[in-house]
Design a protein around this ligand. Structure first.
Ligand code: ARG
Length: 469
């Protein structure tokens, strides 16, 4: 960073340079340089519109566009020098434009303010991020659905309270996350719809007296329409809050899956194995294989949720229209969105990589009296018992098994008949975990045939969506 004269853009009214600390607290170039591509896109659209409306000459607009392209190339090549004295990306770009093309550069800011400029840039940035997130979420869904199809019939314990509850299939468990991610994608898509209006042309806050064409710049930048109120245009950050809220919920989902991977990876569970590609060793304990990627994916939600909360707090109570407070919207948003990108990529990698230990899962599925509900349901179905009575009878049988240190299917018929004489040997058919999952054929249930069908449906749907793009 170099230090150019500090008041190049409003030198008219200012005699003294800002205090060092003023520059330090005021400057945003350290992070908003990430908006340079969007800033340049916005400026090109604005200049072209100004020329079409006869507000600047076509020749000036051409010079401006050429200069902006050159600046883009310098930034891409890493040769552009960002200056803190020029505060932010907008003034850095404009100042360089003046170096490159001279007087015409001074016409670019006609009928525009940094207020509508930054609102436009930030919207474009968040929109680009949403588009990238959707692709990444789809990739996670595909990894999950592929694994689910393979393991549609692989039995594992289903938990409530992290206590063995009823057997489910591994495929069913994975498809639960496919559904969650589908809602995440819906939330991002929804945020994108409301985001996609152009603030450009709101100017500082009140609009402008120049005969600008806001429809034209909106269209050039891929927005659906211009925002209808200039005060709202420069002061709205709902799009960032909504996107961060969606990101937070998505990160919550990933933290749950990450936590499950961590639990499943412990020798005590031993349900899954991650390869060397997604684990680390310990520098002291040679036996260790640590699921660091899953742990970090579990933790990133902290940053993402704080970014959401941080922005909500920045915006709370801000009077209309623009206040410099709003400069605090960017750094944490950038961090949250790039954290989510990391999490999504790591999760997709881990899901493809992980292999379930089918035997260990099956054995665990049979422990903890996980088919007790099947026994109670059998009593209801075959003996026409009211469910509450069946629940009670089953409880007594479980208690007996517990006292013996046996599983339900290890009890003899005689032992069960001591509790309920009408039980027949047909009951044993529902006590195996395979039969238990097979019987869960209700819509959305864990029966392997349901799961295989759902997995295939998802894969087809994802394939179709991909073909459309
Ligand atoms: N760097 C500023 C921001 O991020 C740009 C807008 C500045 N506008 C102003 N009136 N000072 O919010």
């Amino acid at each position: 960073m170099t230090d150019k004269p500090a008041n190049a853009m409003w030198g008219g009214r200012f005699a003294m340079s800002p205090a060092e600390i003023m520059q330090e607290i005021n400057a945003s170039i350290g992070f908003d340089k990430a908006l340079a591509p969007q800033d340049i896109r916005g400026s090109k659209a604005h200049a072209e519109m100004l020329a079409d409306a006869g507000i600047i000459t076509k020749a000036d607009a051409r010079e401006i566009a050429k200069g902006l392209d050159k600046i883009k190339a310098e930034i891409d090549a890493g040769t552009f020098t960002f200056s803190r004295a020029l505060e932010d990306v907008h003034m850095n770009v404009e100042s360089r434009l003046k170096d490159l093309i001279g007087a015409a550069a001074g016409r670019l800011h006609t009928a525009r303010s940094r207020n509508d400029q930054v609102a436009t840039d930030f919207r474009l940035f968040v929109r680009d991020a949403i588009d990238g997130i959707d692709v990444a979420l789809e990739a996670v869904q595909r990894a999950l659905a592929e694994k689910a199809e393979k393991h549609a019939a692989t039995v594992m314990p289903g938990f409530t309270h992290l206590q063995p509850a009823q057997p489910v299939t591994f495929g069913h468990h994975l498809l639960a996350y496919v559904e969650m991610i589908a809602r995440d994608r819906g939330r991002f898509a929804d945020a994108r719809k409301r985001l996609n209006e152009s603030p450009l042309g709101s100017a500082a806050l009140a609009g402008t007296s120049f005969p600008i064409d806001r429809e034209k710049t909106a269209e050039a930048l891929g927005f659906d329409r211009p925002m209808a109120n200039s005060l709202d245009g420069v002061s709205d950050r709902d799009f960032a809050m909504e996107t961060l809220a969606a990101a937070t919920i998505a990160a919550v989902h990933f933290s749950r899956l990450a936590e499950e991977i961590v639990i499943w990876m412990t020798p005590q569970f031993g349900f899954v194995k991650l390869s060397d590609r997604f684990t680390t060793g310990s520098s002291i304990m040679p036996q260790k294989r640590n699921p660091d990627a899953a742990e970090l994916a579990r933790a990133k939600v902290g940053r993402i949720a704080s970014a959401f909360q941080g922005l909500v707090i920045v915006m709370k109570g801000l009077p209309l229209a623009y206040s410099k407070d709003m400069q605090e919207d960017k750094e944490t948003t950038f961090d949250a969105l790039s954290s989510l990108r990391l999490v999504m990529a790591a999760m997709a990698g881990m899901i493809s990589d992980l292999e379930p230990n089918v035997e260990a899962m099956r054995a665990a599925a049979g422990r903890g009296y996980s088919t007790a509900t099947d026994l109670a349901d059998w009593l209801v179905r075959e003996l026409k018992m009211p469910f509450r009575d069946a629940h009670h009878v089953t409880g007594s049988i479980v208690k007996m098994a517990e006292a013996k240190g046996a599983d339900l299917d290890q009890l003899s018929l005689g032992e069960m008949q001591k509790v309920e004489p009408r039980i027949t040997k047909a009951v044993f058919s529902v006590l195996s975990v395979e039969n238990s999952v097979k019987s869960r054929t209700s819509y959305g249930g864990t029966a392997p045939q349901n799961v295989a069908k759902m997995a295939r449906q998802w894969l087809r749907r994802l394939e179709k969506a991909r073909a459309k793009v």
